[in-house]
Write a protein that binds this ligand. Structure first.
Ligand SMILES: [Zn+2]
Length: 648
């Protein structure tokens, strides 16, 4: 069923984060790049629950601190220095990044601040070595035009990107600090977006403006969007780090679905007489029930001398299997909580049993052991006693929240557009001043200078693409929305290839390759330019383009010449082609004798099969026609002279 979002009262706000393409990082001179090799340096830190100046401690950070979670940071010398390691104070703010941010802000009609104050925003997951992220507001109150609507921009900020997570086990989380400190522009809209589709359109419009600055990084992971979603009586949910624009409307849609379903469940639970106070943190050791079990997961746990702990959820029977999003139930939601707070692999619940080789008898015994009545559900988990207890506490908490409605939390997107629990929503007032960096004056003179050389707005650029390069509107829009609009103009200027061909390749062909799983982002802009210059010089055919890109994407350190050589795509000369065609005709004499001119298609097929990607098809066709005619005329003359001989 389609949801009427207006009726539901949906409100969405977006925070778009886009990495800037500067020559150095935001607070030091390191290269803003990622490295793939083994780290040169590693260091271990314990997660400390940093207290904000208002004295609040984040519950999730405190919890992980108690668990003794350690963090292993990985680094190399090109992409990080003592600043990223928090062994040296930050250097002054990178003014190249400030200028780009101001440029984007002015394009969105936002009002620049008089003074830039760098602030510290508490970060609780270890992704910043300092325990906070540095951020500064650059401009306030702008707008972007989306269709007929002006969508309000609350602020445009500049911040440092965080370290990226590279792995995790039971008590060590690994982060790579190459990404830490890469300048990130943040654009936050007011919560005025009213439908999933509009969320995508607004993100697209903001993305276009950011790309129009010509100073943003491209590729997966360089743009990330956080979404705030709320509906009346539901909760404000923050979904962090959606990387693909196409996923945005789906994420919003599923979140609305999830909240509506949770509200319905809450109503039904209350109608059943379910009460918060009836759900008790009484955990029963049911290890004995499963002594002889055939269930592999439980068996393995018991072999390790772990315990099976169970909890009764009064009146919850049937609710845990209710679907909130595709392939995602209330039981899944409880399992996510148990995983986070108990670090367990998962949970079992009676709504899904008997299954996993757990028998009807075992379920009966289990229900008796926890004194479950007909309407009750039972949740159990197998792990060491401490983890199992923490996991069930989280399950109890989640069950209580289910009676109340929708709990506020931060969620993370999954590739199918559904989301999972990430952590509780951090409290307010997480910002305090960065004392190591003095405020920076933003003078009117400085603003005026930037205002005088603002890039074209996306709509103007669209016109310009259509007029100057004669692209049709669809193609022009695709170029504008791609990450390659700058590259498009560069290639067209330096090669002799038609703008339409270049545009179609940079949009449709690359998109199709991506869909087929080719990692197009691994091919650099300079490589793409080189491929086009080879085509322009007649060294490579247009038809060979996709093959070369596929090859380059899987041979990262190799060049275009190597691709051409390895793929055997060297263009053959016209002389070589003539020789080749003569041989083919020679080999197929009988066919030609039989079919005459109609043999053209077959011959063309034979030749192109051999030479695809190495020669222009139009040229082959021309030469083949000519050679075929010569051959047949030669034959006619021969036949004539033969028949003349016979008459004699
Ligand atoms: Zn550095």
């Amino acid at each position: 069923m389609e949801i009427d979002y207006e009726k539901v009262g949906l409100k969405v706000g977006l925070e778009i984060h886009q990495q800037l393409d500067t020559s150095t990082k935001l607070f030091c001179n390191c290269k803003p790049e990622l490295f793939k090799e083994e780290p040169e340096i590693t260091f271990l830190r314990r997660l400390r629950p940093t207290q904000s100046e208002l004295g609040q401690i984040d519950p999730a950070a405190y919890f992980e601190f108690q668990k003794g979670v350690k963090i292993l940071y990985e680094a190399n010398r090109v992409t990080s220095c003592l600043v990223e390691m928090d062994e040296e104070p930050p250097h002054p703010l990178n003014m190249e990044a400030v200028e780009t941010t101001l440029t984007a802000a002015l394009m969105m009609k936002a009002k620049p601040v008089d003074e830039i104050h760098v602030m510290r925003k508490t970060v609780i997951d270890g992704s910043n070595t300092t325990g906070f992220q540095r951020t500064c507001v650059i401009a306030l109150n702008g707008e972007v035009k989306v269709g007929e609507r002006n969508v309000q921009i609350q602020h445009v900020s500049l911040e440092e990107d965080a370290a990226r997570k590279t792995g995790e086990d039971s008590n060590v989380i690994r982060y790579r600090i190459d990404r830490l400190g890469i300048p990130l522009i943040e654009v936050a809209t007011a919560p005025v977006i009213k439908s999933p589709k509009e969320a995508e359109e607004v993100a697209l419009a903001i993305g276009r403006i950011l790309r129009a600055t010509g100073k943003v990084k491209r590729g997966l992971g360089t743009i990330r969007q956080d979404i705030n979603i709320s509906i009346p009586n539901g909760a404000l949910i923050e979904i962090k780090g959606v990387q693909e624009l196409e996923l945005l409307p789906l994420v919003v849609k599923y979140e609305v679905q999830r909240q509506l379903k949770l509200l319905k469940i809450s109503k039904e639970l209350r109608a059943m007489g379910a009460k918060k106070g009836d759900i008790k943190e009484e955990f029963v050791d049911v290890t004995d029930v499963f002594k002889q079990t055939k269930c592999k997961v439980l068996h393995k746990a018991l072999d390790k001398n772990q315990q099976v702990l169970a909890v009764r959820l009064p009146k919850f029977k049937g609710f845990l299997k209710q679907e909130l999003m595709p392939d995602f139930r209330l039981g899944t939601e409880m399992a996510d909580r148990a995983r986070f707070w108990g670090r367990v692999g998962g949970i079992f619940h009676t709504d899904e049993l008997p299954a996993y080789e757990i028998t009807v008898e075992e379920v009966e015994k289990l229900r008796r052991a926890v004194e479950a009545r007909g309407q009750d559900a039972v949740v159990f988990v197998a792990d060491n006693p401490e983890n199992a207890k923490d996991a069930l506490k989280a399950v109890v908490e989640r069950a209580r929240e289910a009676i109340k409605g929708v709990p506020e939390e931060t969620r993370a997107p999954k590739p199918d557009g559904t989301t999972r629990y990430m952590r509780p929503r951090p409290g307010a007032a997480r910002m305090y001043p960065e004392t190591d960096i003095p405020p920076i004056q933003v003078t009117e003179d400085y603003i005026r200078k930037i205002s005088l050389r603002l890039p074209e707005l996306p709509e103007q650029k669209l016109e310009h693409l259509m007029e100057e390069y004669k692209l049709n509107q669809k193609l022009a829009r695709q170029v504008l929305d791609s990450e390659y609009s700058e590259l498009f103009e560069t290639i067209v200027k330096e090669s002799k290839i038609s703008p339409t061909t270049v545009a179609a390749f940079l949009t449709e062909t690359l998109k199709a390759l991506k869909r087929d799983g080719v990692q197009v982002d691994k091919v650099s802009e300079s490589q793409i330019r080189e491929v086009f210059s080879e085509i322009s010089a007649g060294e490579l055919t247009k038809e060979a383009l996709p093959d070369v890109i596929v090859w380059l994407s899987s041979h990262e350190d190799k060049g275009v010449q190597e691709a051409i050589k390895d793929l055997g795509l060297k263009v053959i000369s016209e002389d070589e082609l003539r020789g080749f065609i003569e041989n083919v005709i020679e080999d197929n004499r009988s066919l030609i004798r039989e079919r005459g001119e109609n043999s053209f298609g077959v011959l063309m097929g034979i030749i192109m099969k051999e030479l695809r990607g190495r020669v222009d098809a139009a040229l082959v066709s021309g030469v083949l026609k000519e050679k075929l005619r010569e051959f047949m005329e030669g034959r006619k003359t021969l036949l004539k002279s033969l028949s003349a001989d016979n008459k004699k």
